[in-house]
Design a protein around this ligand. Structure first.
Ligand SMILES: [Zn+2]
Length: 270
């Protein structure tokens, strides 16, 4: 039976029709990381309502279509420089981390790449390391090489423990960053978008060159022009190119499953 896992999708900004199409295309499990609201937040309460909404309402909305949804909680890089709000949100975040369905801290990392973002990034890495939680790191959309270099630096200068990279998924890789991400021992996400980010054929070329180990495809569908069916689309294109069923399954289901099942709260089994 065809089954897909989309390990990065912002259903908060998608419609119920999307869920219907996703279910029809064979998507069985999704992970929804914390994102921004599309416009600036003004109070901590909007973070709390958003996290609560994802944990409860969004899980139910997905399950109405036979899709299992899990959540990553964070103060997103896009929202991490507003002071003192970002620190107040970080404080408020603690009571959501132990909730059902919360399988990781994320997404965290750099957006514009500056010290204020780094401060929140490091604080959230520290929390995930202390709580032995998984983390999802976002690579910036501009200046990716600098983004992974600074990510490496942060991981190396703060002592998070030697096996820590096993618990980290670095997302939005391209040809520029994939080698470094894998060399550092992280899991690697490839985001496939209709126009920007990676096309299916670029993602497939990366897979051809770097193999299937630890690599997973996602849609990162959000407020912008994006495609919640990116994962099945890549599978279809890989099939046309003659990839084996196991290789296709590795990057569209199994690797994401192997990463997230490291969380004791990822209770779903195929
Ligand atoms: Zn995202």
């Amino acid at each position: 039976m065809i089954k897909f896992f989309d390990p990065h999708i912002h259903m908060y900004s998608r419609t119920t029709d999307d869920y219907e199409m996703m279910a029809r295309a064979g998507i069985k499990v999704i992970v929804q990381p914390s994102f921004w609201l599309g416009s600036p937040r003004t109070t901590t309460g909007t973070f709390e309502d958003y996290w609560e909404h994802m944990i409860t309402f969004e899980t139910e909305r997905a399950s109405g279509f036979g899709i299992e949804q899990f959540v990553c909680i964070s103060v997103n890089p896009k929202e991490s420089t507003v002071r003192p709000l970002a620190f107040q949100a970080l404080e408020a975040m603690s009571k959501y981390l132990d909730r059902e369905r919360v399988v990781a801290i994320g997404e965290i990392g750099y957006n514009l790449i500056n010290d204020a973002e780094e401060e929140l990034f490091v604080r959230q890495l520290e929390i995930s390391s202390k709580k032995k939680m998984l983390a999802m790191i976002h690579l910036p959309h501009m200046n990716k090489a600098e983004g992974i270099r600074r990510t490496e630096n942060v991981i190396k200068t703060h002592n998070f423990g030697s096996r820590y990279t096993d618990n980290i998924l670095v997302d939005h890789n391209t040809e520029e960053t994939i080698e470094k991400t894998l060399d550092l021992g992280f899991w690697a996400g490839l985001t496939v978008y209709p126009h920007t980010k990676l096309s299916p054929s670029r993602a497939i070329k990366i897979i051809q060159k770097h193999g299937i180990d630890r690599i997973m495809v996602n849609s990162a569908a959000d407020w912008g022009i994006s495609d919640p069916l990116s994962v099945p689309l890549v599978a279809k294109e890989m099939r046309k190119k003659g990839f084996s069923a196991e290789k296709i399954e590795a990057v569209t289901f199994q690797n994401a499953y192997d990463f997230f099942r490291r969380s004791p709260k990822f209770t779903w089994r195929p």
